[in-house]
Design a protein. Structure first.
Length: 74
């Protein structure tokens, strides 16, 4: 089922309980799938990474090296 933007506006502003239910469903699904490897964070969208994404990946990897004790999927 494809949901359109007007549907989300309707749900968000006129039926907050439905919006919360959909949000909790998404959270449950994410928790069920578990963490992804950090090496996969930058590879699942583009065939060839754009320049800005390469820069973000480089900064992220530098951050992981600088703070190795911070819990993250390595």
């Amino acid at each position: 089922m494809t949901l359109t933007l007007p549907f989300f506006f309707f749900v968000r502003f006129f039926h907050p309980p439905i919006f919360l239910f959909l949000s909790f469903q998404a959270l449950d699904e994410a928790e069920r799938l578990g963490k992804t490897e950090s090496s996969e964070l930058f590879t699942d969208v583009y065939d060839k990474k754009p320049k800005h994404l390469l820069q973000q990946e480089e900064e992220f990897m530098a951050h992981l090296k600088k703070y190795p004790d911070v819990p993250a999927a390595h």
